[in-house]
Ligand binder design. Structure first.
Ligand code: NAD
Length: 354
């Protein structure tokens, strides 16, 4: 099992060091090799996604990423920005499925802005299509046109999906549901958008391949409401690129703790890029206070989705739960009455709990 490790910038190297320690402690014969991505790669090789990194990422079975970016590169030309490296690696690897769990551990229920009884114990997975939809559709643009007898600027985009694009992402959701509570809610806007009527039809057809998983449908406006009203009704939600962009951010904020949220982006063969949902947090970089748990939980997702090792994934997740139950907190999730620890101590505690 070959893993390409990309610590990146800011807090990236600090949180990645802890995830790597956790992976090593599992005794799984993992071959981990580090490379540069983002700002550090721009500094060293004048390219946010250098050739050596491209090669390693291609060869590896999975990529584990910290975070990229920082103010020192913000004024660079577009091609020399850290985020450019992120977009390129996602495209290079053909990652079309984005999996973002929103889990709220009961001990952290106060971190949410919602009432604890609404969110405590929340565990949902949002599966978002990443490479299609209105974000990539042609034609697109802003032109001056004569509309309603008036020459004016006219903006337009095109929403589109092929049935094969829909089927492959819906299958990812069903496969994920089989590892969870066997419920998929497909989100669309079929009452207004033909493209998403096709989405609903294909989801319904695909469900026949998964008789053991329950499929429901929901309009996106209702889904946005239900996520804040009664989020615990959901297990897996699957949706297109634009709706998924919005709903996954909404769902992650139900938990209120960005330092806890892992994510995965998969290709057609379950090769994946795994990373925390947060950024490089330049404001706390180098201070040893960043929360490493989102990255450690991303490593658990890697073991589950790319390496099919459910037992090892759960070992990590249970260890994280134990550490939270012990009352250990990094600054981002600290509240009075708990014990404040740094990045390294949090890693130590997870290792001990393993
Ligand atoms: P951010 O997620 O880096 O930080 C937002 C806030 O959350 C900050 O106060 C930060 O200190 C805190 N935070 C984030 N992760 C934390 C952790 N693990 N532990 C404790 N606190 C944590 O978002 P931002 O400030 O908008 O962006 C900073 C940089 O990160 C920018 O250069 C941005 O482009 C980049 N970024 C990268 C990614 C990525 O690599 N996937 C994603 C988002 C932003």
């Amino acid at each position: 099992m070959k893993i390409c490790v990309l610590p990146g910038d800011g807090i990236g190297p600090e949180i990645m060091a802890e995830a790597v320690r956790v992976l090593k402690a599992l005794d799984l014969k993992l071959d981990m090799e580090e490379a540069l991505l983002g700002g550090c790669a721009i500094d060293a090789a004048k390219d946010p996604f250098p050739e050596a990194t491209q090669k390693l990422a291609k060869e590896a079975d999975a990529v584990l990423l910290g975070a990229v970016g920082g103010p020192q590169w913000d004024n660079n030309p577009r091609e020399l920005r850290p985020e450019r490296g992120l977009l390129r690696i996602r495209k290079d690897l053909g990652l079309f499925a984005n999996l973002r769990p929103a889990i709220l551990y009961p001990e952290l229920a106060n971190a949410s802005t919602l009432k604890p009884e609404v969110v405590a114990g929340l565990d949902i997975l949002i599966v978002r299509e990443l490479t299609g939809d209105i974000y990539f559709g042609q034609p697109r643009g802003v032109e001056v046109r004569e509309v309603d007898g008036l020459k004016q600027r006219y903006g337009f985009n095109t929403m589109h999906y092929t049935e094969s694009e829909i089927r492959r992402i819906v299958r990812v959701a069903f496969d994920a549901a089989r590892k969870r509570h066997r419920k998929v809610c497909s989100v669309d806007k079929m009452n207004v958008l033909e493209c998403t009527q096709l989405w609903r039809d294909v989801a319904t057809e695909t469900a026949k391949e998964y008789p053991d998983v329950e499929l429901s449908h929901m309009l996106v406006d209702n889904a946005a409401m239900q996520l804040v009203k009664n989020p615990k009704q959901f297990d897996v939600m699957v949706t297109g690129n634009m709706f998924g962009d919005i709903l996954s951010d909404e769902a992650s904020m139900l938990t209120g703790s960005i330092g806890m949220l892992p994510s995965a982006s998969l290709d057609a063969n379950n090769k994946g890029l795994y990373e925390p949902s947060h950024g490089s947090a330049p404001d706390i970089a180098g201070k040893g206070v960043a929360n490493p748990l989102a990255t450690i939980l991303s490593a658990a997702m890697m073991l589950r989705y790319t390496f099919g090792n459910e037992a090892a994934a759960q070992r990590i997740e249970v260890a994280v739960k134990k550490v939270l139950a012990q009352g250990l907190r990094t600054g981002d999730i600290y509240e009075p009455g708990t014990t404040r620890v740094g990045t390294r101590e949090m890693g130590d505690a997870v290792l001990a709990a393993l």
